[in-house]
Design a protein around this ligand. Structure first.
Ligand code: GLV
Ligand code: MG
Length: 301
C-alpha cells in the first residue's frame, strides 16, 4: 500500500492478507515521500493491524531517503512494526547497515534489540549473484523477496508484462533459474522466500498461473497488489484438501508403524513411505494447518 494514500492505508487493515507492507519506495512519488512517512507512522500507531505482519518498505540505499525513512518510521512506530523491507539489495553490507541502524534506534528508544526483522528484495543481477551472502548477512533477515519488475528491467528482459514469459522465448520458463536461485539461498539460511507482484490486476487467472509456478517450486507466498488477487493467493499457496489429508495420513501412519511396529519403510495403501516421505508430509501438513484446513480422514491401522 502506497504510504501516500490515506484511503488505502485505512482499507488495507480489513483485508484477509497475512502481511501488509506500507510503501515508501516505488509506489510513492519523490515529492510525497516525507508526507508518506508521517502517514505511515500514524497508520501504524492508530490502525488496527490485528493478525497481520506489519512491514514498511523503505527506499533503497542508492537514494538519499533511506536513513530518514528508517529513523522516522522506527522512532515513530518501531513498537508497532514487525519488519522493514529493504529494496534492490545488491550486497550483504546493505543489510548489515540496516541491522546496525536498527540496533541504534532500538537502544535509543528502549525497544527490545533485534525484534524488528528485515526482508530483502532481490531485484537485479548483482543482488541475485550475491544472494547467498545476502541471505546470511544478518540474524534479523527473515525473508527474501523477488522483485520481478525491477529485475526484468535491470537485465533487459524483453517484455513489459511482469511475470509472464517474454515473447520469443518458447523453450522453457524464463524465471526458473531466478526463482530457484532465490529458493536455494533462502532455504540454506532458513528464510522465507516470497514472489513479487503481478501487475495485470484484472487478470486473476494470469495471477493464479504465475503464482502456481512459484508455489510449486516451494515459495512461501506472493505479493498481492489489489484485493482481487488475495483469494487467488491464499488458494494457490494452501495445499488442496486432498493433499492435506494425505499428508496428515502419512504422518500418522508413519508414527504408528515406526513406534508401535518398529518398522522404517512401510506401505500406506499402494504407496511406500519412509522417513523422507514423513519430511515431505510435514511441509504440506504445516501449510495446511497454517491455512486453517481441518482433516476429513483418519488413519486406521
Ligand atoms: C517489486 O518491487 C518489483 O520490482 O517487482
Ligand atoms: Mg521493485
Amino acid at each position: 500500500m502506497p504510504g501516500s494514500n490515506l484511503r488505502f492505508l485505512e482499507k488495507a487493515q480489513g483485508l484477509p492478507a497475512d502481511e501488509v507492507f506500507l510503501d515508501l519506495e516505488d509506489a510513492v512519488a519523490p515529492l510525497a515521500k516525507e508526507e508518506a512517512r508521517r502517514n505511515i507512522v500514524t497508520a501504524l500507531r492508530e490502525g488496527d493491524w490485528t493478525g497481520k505482519t506489519r512491514v514498511v518498505r523503505v527506499n533503497d540505499l542508492t537514494t538519499q531517503w533511506t536513513y530518514r525513512d528508517v529513523i522516522e518510521i522506527v522512532e515513530g512506530a518501531g513498537d508497532r512494526l514487525d519488519c522493514l523491507m529493504l529494496p534492490k539489495v545488491q550486497d550483504p553490507t546493505e543489510v548489515v547497515w540496516l541491522d546496525t541502524l536498527l540496533t541504534q534506534i532500538e537502544k535509543t528508544m528502549g525497544f527490545e534489540v533485534g525484534r524488528i526483522g528485515i526482508e530483502a528484495q532481490i531485484e537485479n543481477a548483482r543482488g541475485l549473484v550475491n544472494v547467498d551472502s545476502i541471505a546470511g548477512s544478518s540474524r534479523r533477515l527473515e525473508t527474501l523477496v523477488f522483485g520481478p519488475a525491477d529485475f526484468m528491467a535491470s537485465i533487459n528482459m524483453r517484455t513489459l508484462v511482469v511475470g509472464e514469459q517474454p515473447p520469443g522465448y518458447e523453450e522453457g520458463d524464463a524465471y526458473h533459474y531466478i526463482l530457484m536461485r532465490l529458493l536455494m539461498a533462502a532455504r540454506m539460511h532458513d528464510l522465507q522466500v516470497i514472489d513479487g507482484p503481478y501487475l495485470q490486476i484484472r487478470d486473476v487467472d494470469g495471477y493464479r498461473r504465475v503464482a502456481r509456478r512459484a508455489a510449486a517450486l516451494g515459495f512461501d507466498g506472493k505479493w498481492v497488489l489489489h484485493p482481487s488477487q488475495i483469494e487467488a493467493a491464499n488458494e494457490v499457496f494452501s495445499p488442496s484438501q486432498e493433499d492435506y489429508d494425505h499428508a496428515e495420513l502419512i504422518l500418522e501412519a508413519y508414527e504408528h508403524y515406526t513406534t508401535v511396529e518398529k518398522r522404517g519403510a512401510v506401505m500406506l495403501g499402494d504407496e511406500m513411505i519412509d522417513e523422507a516421505s514423513r519430511k515431505m508430509a510435514l511441509v504440506v501438513a504445516a501449510k495446511g494447518r497454517a491455512a486453517g484446513l481441518s482433516r476429513t480422514t483418519r488413519f486406521e491401522p
